[in-house]
Design a protein around this ligand. Structure first.
Ligand code: ADP
Length: 162
């Protein structure tokens, strides 16, 4: 069987070291990966789609086998367009489980041949979420342990401007 095409979807508002950990694990396992950025997330994003894409592209510059794209339709339709079979998602703590479970089963109803796979990041990233990083940056805290340098700089600029 040929290698499946794997899509890792998310808001990436902004990309964190936890996302990067998962991207690296995905590449190790599958050889390649498409990171698919949700163009219009249901929650208002801090960064525009272009900014989120730019930060991701910069963060994966040295990784081979990863493509960054965006999509603005139903995830399962996007997968069909790409002929991709696998959705990769991250499971951090138990708190992610219910939402992710619901999402995976809903996506299966929409596209029977698509499988959702879950991976867990390194322990150090298990409690890392983009919303927390934004909160820390907003109050002038140091986010350098959590995000790549380019993201840290953008967060600093964004919150200085306000
Ligand atoms: P977040 O949940 O941080 O706002 P996204 O919507 O961009 O991020 O999430 C995309 C996917 O990445 C989801 O499956 C989410 O569970 C996963 N993810 C987010 N942060 C981490 C992390 N620190 N470790 C592993 N997976 C993560």
């Amino acid at each position: 069987m040929s290698r499946p095409l794997v899509v890792y979807p998310g808001t990436f508002d902004p990309v964190t070291n936890g996302h990067l950990d998962l991207i690296e694990r995905g590449i190790q396992l599958f050889g390649n990966l498409v990171v698919a950025v949700v163009a219009s997330p249901s929650k208002q994003a801090l960064f525009s789609l272009n900014e989120r894409l730019e930060m991701l592209r910069e963060a994966v510059r040295e990784l081979e086998g990863v493509e960054i794209e965006s999509f603005d339709n139903l995830l399962t339709d996007y997968l069909k367009e790409k002929k991709a079979q696998v959705i990769l998602r991250g499971l951090r703590a138990v708190s992610d489980f219910e939402f992710e479970f619901e999402l995976a089963l809903t996506n299966r109803r929409m596209a029977r041949t698509v499988e959702t796979l879950f991976m867990t990041p390194s322990l150090e990233y298990i409690y890392l979420r983009a919303s927390l990083v934004k909160e820390i940056a907003k109050y002038g805290g140091d986010v350098s342990p959590f995000v790549p340098k380019g993201v840290r700089n953008r967060l600093a600029k964004r919150y200085q401007m306000k």
